[in-house]
Design a protein around this ligand. Structure first.
Ligand SMILES: NC(=O)c1ccc[n+]([C@@H]2O[C@H](COP(=O)([O-])OP(=O)(O)OC[C@H]3O[C@@H](n4cnc5c(N)ncnc54)[C@H](O)[C@@H]3O)[C@@H](O)[C@H]2O)c1
Ligand SMILES: O=C(O)C[C@H](O)C(=O)O
Length: 313
């Protein structure tokens, strides 16, 4: 029996659980939240769609009861506060570091073999914190950001190209921040053809800029940060792992020399499978892309340093 736990049954967590259940990614999906009754209510509401939508996944909700999460194969951490318009993700560290650390420690007590997918922001730093606090092998701690950012990149490219987003390929690497994302326009394709065959350099720069502030744009529109694509991107990463799909997905992972960086979690393409990160893929970046990656990693490293200031490490 396969089991996935989603911690935090707010906007992102509940959406992720819903997509996991609808797509029958696991036999059981458990939602856990600190807010009394919310997970239970959302689980019951979702279970009442099973007959309408035709899925067989069992969805369980619980209030801070970690026993219910026992023996999960994958655990998704979404607990923590989202940003408000005008804020950066990095400003969330003071509140979210404590939440993510205690949640990760509780999870490990009941699911010692779980692969952990971190979504809470600032995501690269929360992934690093989880890795350091739990001391697990690096293949089992995965930050979800690149899957979402790449999906947004493909959306903006498809809008510029006037084509179906499913016919566009592209990846975003680097940190999951407004200024740290690196949309790889040079590698993006439409039906296997470089997008530069169809779009001017100026247009490509516009697409890259829209991608980088994709989360901030939605936060301004919604008054809180986005959840449909983030929840679906979390479920996409979980499915790639649970179904051992061997897909290449940009994720925030612990680097030990890859891309010239060490002792940091940052977004790079990885092959996802039943062991979590099966392999880190090293892309042949040019000098400009390498410089952008180094600057992105430096910014993530600065946020990581704040973990000591807030007493999380
Ligand atoms: N990595 C990404 O790509 C990405 C995308 C979207 C959102 N996020 C981040 O995900 C987080 C959640 O966003 P949201 O929109 O779902 O927020 P939300 O406020 O809707 O939900 C967060 C939930 O976490 C719960 N929670 C708080 N402390 C908890 C604890 N100790 N144990 C269990 N649950 C706890 C809250 O009760 C709440 O229900 C935010 O930090 C946001 O910035 C990241
Ligand atoms: O923008 C945010 O703060 C939430 C998330 O990281 C996103 O990119 O949607």
């Amino acid at each position: 029996m396969s089991k996935v736990t989603v911690v935090g049954a707010g906007n992102v967590g509940a959406t992720c659980a819903n997509v996991l259940a609808f797509n029958e990614v696991a036999d059981e999906v458990v939602m856990l939240d600190v807010k009394e009754g919310v997970s239970e209510g959302k689980a019951m509401d979702m279970m009442q769609t099973a007959q309408l939508l035709g899925f067989d996944t069992n969805i369980v909700g619980c209030t801070n009861d970690y026993e219910k999460t026992a023996n999960s194969d994958v655990v998704v951490i979404t607990s923590g506060i989202p940003r408000k318009p005008g804020m950066t993700r990095e400003e969330l560290i003071g509140v979210n570091a404590g939440i993510v650390k205690s949640v990760a420690q509780n999870i490990l007590k009941y699911s010692p073999n779980a692969i952990i997918v971190v979504i809470s922001n600032p995501m690269d730093t929360m992934t690093y914190l989880s890795l350091k606090a739990l001391g697990l092998p690096k293949n089992r701690i995965i930050g979800m950001g690149g899957a979402l950012d790449s999906s947004r990149f493909k959306y903006f490219l498809s809008q510029a190209l006037g084509c179906n987003a499913n016919e566009v390929e592209g990846m975003v690497i680097g940190g999951h921040g407004d200024t740290t994302m690196i949309p790889l326009t040079r590698f993006a394709t439409y039906k296997g053809m470089p997008v530069s065959n169809f779009l001017s350099e100026e247009k490509l720069q516009e697409v890259a800029a829209a991608t980088m502030v994709g989360g901030a744009t939605l936060t301004k529109l919604l008054g809180t940060s986005a959840w449909y694509a983030p929840g679906a991107a979390g479920a996409f990463v979980v499915e790639s792992i649970i179904h051992n799909q061997g897909k290449m997905v940009p994720c925030s992972v612990y680097l030990e020399g890859e891309y010239g960086e060490s002792d940091i979690c940052c977004g790079v393409p990885v092959i996802l499978g039943k062991n979590g990160i099966e392999k880190i893929v090293e892309l042949p970046l040019n000098e400009e892309e390498k410089a952008k990656f180094a600057a992105s990693a430096a910014a993530v490293r600065k946020t990581n340093a704040a973990l000591h200031e807030v007493g999380a490490l």
